[in-house]
Design a protein around this ligand. Sequence first.
Ligand code: HEC
Ligand code: HEC
Length: 151
Amino acid sequence: MAALVPVAFAIAAAPSQQAAQSTPPVSESESPKNLQVLSKDLTVRQVKEIMDDWTDALGVDCSTCHVRDMDHPLPNGRPGYDYAGDSKQEKRTARVMYAMTEEINARYVAAVPNSGIPVTCGTCHRGHLSPVPFNSAETKTPVNSSNTAQP
Ligand code: HEC
Ligand code: HEC
């Protein structure tokens, strides 16, 4: 019951905002400041959901693409991240990768009859920052152990 009170208060304080249904931390209700490839309509919370997917697909954490910064402290006083900053090459590469992935799906996968499996970051990266080269020999059982006739 007590949980309803802040919700009702938020609606009263910001009647025009649909986001007032939930009460995310202030930083999550802000709008992203520097989106160049993702839709500018996304909230910070929605962007973070996409970021969770990318992080899993590449087997990395946020610090691979975002720098820590004392100007954005966490509630515990430790440095947070300057998410809007573009100083890391990996972040700039991720923008190119996102545009490439969108293009692959829109132009090429969509042209496959009955296609239903979109390409994602994980299709290529499979949990690695640098995709591991495909080596067909590694997927086969070594000839010596399986094909040699036993006396
Ligand atoms: C592989 C690189 C990569 C990783 C890992 C990553 N991000 Fe991002 N992040 C980006 C890119 C690229 C953008 C900008 C997207 C654009 O330009 O539309 C971005 C933007 C953001 C933004 C919006 C910033 C703003 O105000 O414009 C937030 C918030 C964010 N990331 C949070 C996170 C969090 C939290 C994590 C860890 C769970 C994370 N990111 C992991 C690449 C990454
Ligand atoms: C079609 C396959 C493919 C897809 C899809 C793909 N990538 Fe990549 N990605 C690559 C290849 C190949 C490289 C280059 C690896 C190298 O040269 O070390 C790369 C490199 C990167 C790098 C730089 C790694 C480094 O070592 O600096 C980042 C960051 C990255 N990709 C993020 C993403 C993200 C985020 C997505 C999804 C939005 C994505 N990639 C989708 C194939 C792909």
